[in-house]
Design a protein around this ligand. Structure first.
Ligand code: PFF
Length: 472
């Protein structure tokens, strides 16, 4: 049955093309910008450990499930969910899972593009030598001044969104396959060069112990305004949410890429490659950033500006810094670009399938929608920087609109989407269908996947959700 279905959008030229594109989707701002700053905000080692556990017991099995659903349905996530639900004898309401994914993708891309715009701006700022021998204070001031300027942010946000629309309009194949093939290794190489720099700072050991020595007390407890120590599971929710975000799971991005995957590729093998590469990039990024933080007496919990306030210090001091810095921000922009494409692909595929639009029309429509949502983030950094819409709730008290968008998508929508994907693949699809698609026989590998998605993953996600909102 599944063998007959074909995607109207074409197929990857090979299994490698898929691995590259999916790695391009996974590796992005999440690894280099977000992972270090949330690790810094949540106390380091214990947070990293929980994130790694989430990657293994939640991320990997859900990625396999998403690819298998995509390849079996061979359509946009909305239509794939609908078709597979009918095939399994269930209600077509499952298509709403696809709809939630499209919405999550739009919301994520809206702020992702603003941050990617900041990275793009840094290409030029580093290139002209602005950071040569700059002090930490000088760099922080430059960064804050930039954030204060809505027009500048808007300009770079627009440039990045146009870049995204251009590639999506041309179709995900040609461009992405070629770009990712050399950009990902180049990004990794430059991270290794930076790692060399970090190793030579006086604080390399301190940086490593911050990242790898777990302190669970610091993770679970914080002191509230009344000076009382309170327990919270919020950091665990953030670590889990990040596992989804960094692997591009829970919203159909990997599902839609899976729908272009040739039938003969091993889903388990490609999943390990993607998850392995993604995790390696994040860990190395952390190992670069924290030594720089400590060597310059900076605050690891300073928030989302962390990489923009630390890496320029390294570029300002190392030989050839302007060159490496420019290259680094170019590569970071590319990494963000290959991720942003996958954020709107589910919507574009659906518009082409159901509304008969051309790819170009669908990309422009989706891009403009995300661009408009992006204004919320642009203004969160300046004219609305003290607007905290949900200040009445303790966890959201000091969260700007940008913070809330990030929290809602990464920590709620993606894990919820992932939970439903796991339930669908493990409980509603027939055992024959999943075994066929995963093509691992009935051996230990298949059984482990099944036990994980049937029990461990849904239970783990539910516990984290319920504990985070204090229900259990
Ligand atoms: N995984 C990307 C990153 O780490 O930057 C972000 C992302 C892309 C999230 C695609 C979700 C998604 F569907």
């Amino acid at each position: 049955m599944a063998g007959i279905r074909e995607s109207i959008h074409g197929q990857w030229s090979s299994r490698w093309a898929f691995v590259l594109a999916a790695t391009g989707s996974a590796v992005g701002l999440g690894n280099i910008w977000k992972f270090p700053y949330i690790t810094g905000e949540n106390g380091g080692g214990a947070f990293v450990l929980i994130y790694l556990v989430c990657i293994v017991i939640i991320g990997v099995p859900i990625m396999m499930s998403e690819i298998l659903l995509g390849r079996r349905g061979r359509q946009s996530p909305i239509n794939t969910m609908r078709t597979l639900a009918i095939e399994a004898g269930h209600n077509t309401n499952w298509q709403w899972l696809g709809v939630m994914g499209v919405l999550a993708g739009f919301l994520i891309l809206s702020y992702y593009s603003v941050i990617a715009g900041i990275a793009l701006f840094h290409v030029f700022r580093t290139g002209v030598g602005t950071f040569d021998n700059a002090t930490p204070d000088g760099i922080a001031t430059l960064f804050n001044t930039f954030l204060d300027d809505p027009q500048a942010l808007l300009f770079w946000h627009t440039v990045f969104m146009v870049m995204t629309m251009l590639v999506v309009a041309r179709g995900v194949r040609g461009g992405i396959e070629k770009a990712v093939k050399f950009l990902m290794p180049a990004l990794f190489l430059i991270l290794l060069i930076l790692l060399g720099y970090a190793m030579n700072t006086a604080a390399f050991d301190q940086g490593l112990s911050f990242m790898f020595k777990p302190d669970f007390h610091a993770l679970f407890y914080y002191t509230n305004d009344a000076g009382i120590e309170v327990m919270t599971w919020n950091p665990v929710l953030i670590a889990m949410g990040h596992a989804f975000f960094t692997l591009s799971l829970g919203m159909g991005a990997i599902m839609v890429y899976g729908s272009y995957l040739p039938q003969n590729a091993s889903i388990a093998r490609v999943t390990f490659m993607i998850a392995g590469a993604d995790t390696a990039v994040a860990i190395v990024a952390g190992m670069v950033i924290f030594p720089i933080v400590f060597a310059n007496n900076l605050e690891p919990g300073m928030g989302f500006g962390l990489i923009f306030k630390t890496l320029p210090l390294a570029f300002g001091q190392m030989p050839g810094g302007a060159f490496f810095g420019t290259l680094f921000f170019i590569l970071l922009t590319f990494a963000a670009w290959t991720s942003s494409i996958s954020l709107i692909e589910p919507a574009v595929a659906w518009l082409v399938e159901n509304r008969g639009m051309s790819r170009a029309g669908a990309s422009v429509l989706s891009g403009i929608t995300c661009w408009l949502f992006g204004l919320l983030t642009v203004f969160s950094f300046n004219i609305w920087s003290d607007v905290y819409p949900l200040h009445m709730f303790e966890v959201f008290r000091e969260k700007t609109i940008f913070d809330l968008l990030d929290y809602l998508t990464a920590n709620i929508m993606l894990p919820l989407g992932g939970l439903l994907i796991a339930i669908f693949a493990a409980w509603l699809m027939s055992r024959d269908a999943t075994r066929d698609e995963l093509d691992m026989g009935e051996g230990p590998a298949y059984i482990s996947w099944r036990v994980l998605v049937r029990y461990i993953t849904p239970i783990a996600v539910s516990i984290v959700f319920l504990r985070a909102i204090d229900l259990i």
